[in-house]
Design a protein around this ligand. Sequence first.
Ligand SMILES: NC(=O)C1=CN([C@@H]2O[C@H](COP(=O)(O)OP(=O)(O)OC[C@H]3O[C@@H](n4cnc5c(N)ncnc54)[C@H](O)[C@@H]3O)[C@@H](O)[C@H]2O)C=CC1
Ligand SMILES: O=C(O)[C@@H]1CCC=N1
Length: 289
Amino acid sequence: MYDPQSSKALIEQNVCFYGAGSMAEAIVQGLISRSVILSGQISMLNNSNNDRLKQLEDRYGVRTANDPNKKIEILSKSQIIVLAMKPKDAAEAIRLLSPILSEDQLLVSVIAGLTIETMQSLLGRKQPIARTMPNTSSTIGLGATGISFSKETTEEQQRIVRTMFEAVGTVSIIEEDKIEILTGVSGSGPAYIYYFMEAMIEAGVEGGLTPEQAKELTVQTVLGAARMVAQTGENPADLRAKVTSPNGSTQAAIEVMAKGNVFNTIKAAVFRCAERSKEMGAELEEAIK
Ligand SMILES: NC(=O)C1=CN([C@@H]2O[C@H](COP(=O)(O)OP(=O)(O)OC[C@H]3O[C@@H](n4cnc5c(N)ncnc54)[C@H](O)[C@@H]3O)[C@@H](O)[C@H]2O)C=CC1
Ligand SMILES: O=C(O)[C@@H]1CCC=N1
């Protein structure tokens, strides 16, 4: 987890978020709120949206730029560049970086599917790269990030990337071929939980609770269940058994889910997410041929 001691070095780096959307904002918000990096050392670049950049400047005190020359200046002076655009925009953006980067600048990608090999092909050289898969809960310091490093990264660069993401949650260092399944579990995972919550809230309201009550009860239930697993160390299956009285109301509910094959459907969704992430990588690889 976040170690304030090791975060000191990170403050010395200039970090540029190349792509200023929701994932970039989640990380920036987490980094700034935990004082891991000074806002003055963070730059955020977008494709075109001036209003969005102004909003980010006002909210976080970060530097932004829209002028092409200023963008190039910022990119060339940042020791760390976080690639945070959508996969479809990545090839063009990385190609633009190629003539600007020096060999010791570190690229940190959060882009789903995009492999280290494809990024290095686009750049035309073996740049040090950290391929990461965070999630949006980084906003509140409860993110879960998977990281794979290219061979070219130094120990110091690896330490900085770890520190950066440990400041906004937990970090798993993994081999690159595991990053798709990690995307299926934790990268996209918050969306599955929100989906589940949407259904619980809707059912509560249809059953007569006020929307506020249904939301509060659902939020506290999800929060409590996650904390129970984290704090007791017990398996979810054992904790579930404690809620489920024989022939009781929970059993009746779980039977409905089992009939709807919910367990296997969730597993299938995780695998499909991983597969889609691989497909997105293959599409990008194909596009640069
Ligand atoms: N949203 C999420 O939960 C997660 C997203 N990711 C990854 O993060 C990346 C960004 O996703 P979001 O933040 O959700 O997307 P988003 O659409 O909110 O943000 C992308 C931003 O990149 C900017 N952009 C596009 N082309 C650009 C260029 N050439 N130069 C500079 N900026 C450019 C766009 O203007 C936009 O503001 C994606 O590749 C996604 O796979 C990874 C983990 C979780
Ligand atoms: O949906 C996506 O493609 C991205 C990757 C993980 C979460 N959102």
